[in-house]
Design a binder for this molecule. Structure first.
Ligand code: CA
Length: 250
């Protein structure tokens, strides 16, 4: 008789210098079947991230040795697929935007409830599972979006997108030519029970557009990129027809 394989516990790196919050997170995650490692400093967290493969990081921004934003940037540069959730006492919108720009996927403002944190983790990690292998790559101008392989290429050159940028582009591409509401994008890319502000969507859209245009600038030949139209008060539409092509010279 074969026993079912033991489910692998998700490794979570907790970066928090506050002893009370750190212990609360550590025991809370442990009792919910996660495998947490608690680091009290930014430098310690960066070292720890190399020791074992982590799927998620809960990152306090106010650390004794480093700015949490720098930790987020370094982790994002090293691990493109890592889920980074920022824990912040800073409620300024500008700090939240800085956190998302530094590479975080999401944020929670302290004090937060463990229940909300666990719900966010579940939602994010569910989205991190790969798309069905039957899904065919989608061609958008010169851009090829392979959702099964999670690759985005322009003229065969890889375009590096963060997880949420990739999913946002995929959600629009699956509905190319159709208006997609902000609510549907939030539900599709983030969570069906999104509790946070939709500022995250604007920031992710801005960085997606920036990454695509940077990729086009670096391409060796002129590239046709998918046009994403902003529909004020509604959402976005990925255009199927390209605007004014320059005339082809033979
Ligand atoms: Ca702190």
């Amino acid at each position: 008789m074969r026993l079912p394989a033991a489910p692998t516990r998700v490794r979570v790196l907790v970066v928090e210098d506050d002893a009370t919050i750190g212990r609360h997170l550590d025991t809370g995650l442990r009792s919910n079947n996660y495998q947490p490692t608690w680091s009290r400093t930014g430098a310690g967290a960066l070292t720890e991230s190399e020791r074992a493969p982590y799927e998620a990081v809960l990152l306090d921004l106010g650390l004794p040795d480093m700015d949490g934003l720098d930790v987020a940037r370094q982790l994002r540069a090293r691990y493109p697929g890592l889920l980074i959730v920022i824990l912040t006492a800073r409620t300024d919108e500008i700090d939240v935007i800085a956190g998302l720009d530094a590479g975080a996927d999401d944020y929670l403002v302290k004090p937060f409830s463990l229940t909300v944190l666990l719900a966010r983790l579940r939602a994010h990690l569910r989205h991190h599972t790969p798309a069905s292998p039957e899904e065919k790559p989608i061609r958008l101008g010169d851009l090829l979006l392979d959702t099964a392989a999670r690759r985005c290429t322009l003229h065969d050159h890889e375009v590096t997108l963060r997880p949420k940028e990739f999913e946002l582009l995929a959600a629009l591409a699956r509905n190319a030519g159709t208006a997609v509401s902000r609510e549907n994008l939030m539900a599709d890319v983030w969570d069906e029970n999104w509790f946070g502000p939709t500022k995250t969507l604007d920031v992710t859209m801005a960085s997606l557009r920036r990454r695509l245009s940077e990729a086009a600038d670096q391409a060796s030949s002129p590239s046709t990129l998918p046009q994403i139209t902003t529909l004020r008060g509604h959402g976005y539409r990925l255009e199927t027809t390209q605007p004014d092509q320059p005339p082809q010279t033979p």
